[in-house]
Design a protein around this ligand. Structure first.
Ligand code: FAD
Length: 380
């Protein structure tokens, strides 16, 4: 194995650990910024959380309070359309962007109260009475109590977004090394500066390393004395089909959403359990998910079953990502722990990673996302 990850004598070099949406997005933005990138993946690219996702860009539907996390989600949502347009031009593929919003339907009194509470701070949202909601989406259960209409919460197809990104970074000349686990980060004795990575094939050196290893990130930071509280949160989904389209918007209620994809199928998701790195789909849970979907959209009761799958979200104790640098390990950029919103947060994360790599001011205040919050005990 060539131990020098430089492609040219002049370009600064960067190694990205993890070939999911976050690692691929970072590689794309760093490539644009003039870095020679090497992307290292323990398996094949985009076979973990990123292609198990539903692809919702749910800045409004996924946040429960105002603040820096909501602003980060908004920033990414606003970047999305232009970002996928650009990726599509570079790659010749489509991320299947759908500019339809989310109908956040309340089915219980408690759900209604929670959703109404968001109206005081959420942007791009309106309260819709039951009759209006049934006009928007006539196949919804008549038991709906109204809810939020979130017109800016669009979606992409994560599998196609992944293909688009992979093709774009390959065209840029990113060196992609699949089936090459990173065993540990290589530090300079004394300074603690990160100099590269030890892989299953040997060491590899670069000016910078980006940690984008999703739910597996903690194993790589622990030897540095930083125990990131990142853990796998399993999510199971099903895909269904009906003869004629049932909905235009994504329909979302507590514990269940139905996302209508361009090919006529629906992604129905998603469960949420902490059961280690187990990715099996289980009949009971899938059955329960289908029951919830049919309660929301009764005609899904006899829809055609297409597929089921599960993925591992990189969960964090405070539900915030780790984004930024850490003084004790210069040369390392953290881009991990995106939990339920890594597809949404990909363009903003990539932009911020490129800004950090170039020592430029970042597009968002990273204080709430700093890895150092672990060391002061606020995230554990
Ligand atoms: P991953 O895609 O898991 O990628 C990490 C990669 O790092 C993996 O490929 C892994 O093999 C690799 N890796 C790990 N360790 C090493 C190592 N030591 N050496 C080399 N490679 C390594 N988000 C949204 O925004 N919208 C949604 O609608 C949505 N729906 C979801 C539904 C489900 C069922 C699930 C499971 C997730 C959903 N998410 C959604 C969340 C989103 O999928 C994740 O936040 C996102 O995929 C995280 O991306 P990632 O690149 O960090 O992780």
């Amino acid at each position: 194995m060539n131990t020098d990850s430089s492609h040219t004598d002049t370009k600064p070099t960067v190694i990205i650990v993890g070939g999911g949406i976050i690692g691929c997005s970072a590689a794309y933005e760093l490539g644009k910024a003039g870095f020679a990138c090497t992307l290292i993946e323990k398996g094949a690219l985009n076979q973990e959380a990123s292609t198990a996702a539903a692809g919702m860009l749910g800045a409004q539907s996924e946040t429960h309070q105002p603040g820096p996390y909501y602003e980060l989600c908004r920033l990414s949502q606003q970047l999305y359309r232009a970002w996928t347009d650009e990726l599509e031009q570079v790659s010749g593929l489509t991320a299947q962007y759908v500019a339809e919003g989310i109908v956040r339907a309340a089915l219980t009194e408690e759900d209604e109260a929670e959703l109404r509470g968001r109206l005081s701070w959420i942007r791009d949202a309106e309260w819709v009475q039951p009759a209006e909601m049934l006009k928007l989406e006539p196949e919804l259960t008549p038991a709906v109590r109204g809810g939020l209409y979130l017109p800016a919460d669009h979606h992409v197809h994560p599998v196609w977004l992944a293909k688009t990104l992979q093709a774009a970074i390959a065209k840029q000349g990113c060196a992609i090394r699949e089936w090459t686990p990173v065993i540990r980060l290589l530090t300079e004795p004394g300074s603690g500066r990160i100099r590269g990575v030890q892989t299953s094939e040997g060491p590899l050196y670069a000016d910078l390393v980006v940690l984008a290893a999703g739910a597996w990130s903690t194993a790589l930071t622990e030897p540095l004395g930083l125990s990131l509280p990142i853990f796998p949160v399993k999510g199971q989904c099903i895909s269904l089909k009906t003869e004629a389209p049932l909905i235009r918007s994504t329909v979302f209620t507590k514990g269940c959403y139905v996302v209508p994809k361009r090919d006529g199928s629906y992604i129905v998701g998603a469960t949420q359990t902490e059961s280690g790195f187990d990715k099996r789909s289980t009949a009971k849970v899938i059955g329960e998910l289908h029951t919830k979907a049919a309660a929301l959209l009764p005609r899904l009761a006899d829809a055609e079953f297409v597929a089921t799958w599960a993925g591992l979200r990189p969960g964090t104790r405070d539900a915030l990502p780790f984004l930024g640098t850490w003084d004790a390990a210069p040369g390392l950029i953290f881009a991990t722990g995106h939990y339920r919103n890594g597809i949404l947060l990909a363009p903003a994360t990539a932009q911020i990673v490129a800004e950090l790599a170039q020592d430029r001011p970042t597009s968002a205040d990273l204080t709430p996302f700093t890895p150092a919050r672990v060391t002061v005990g606020t995230a554990a």
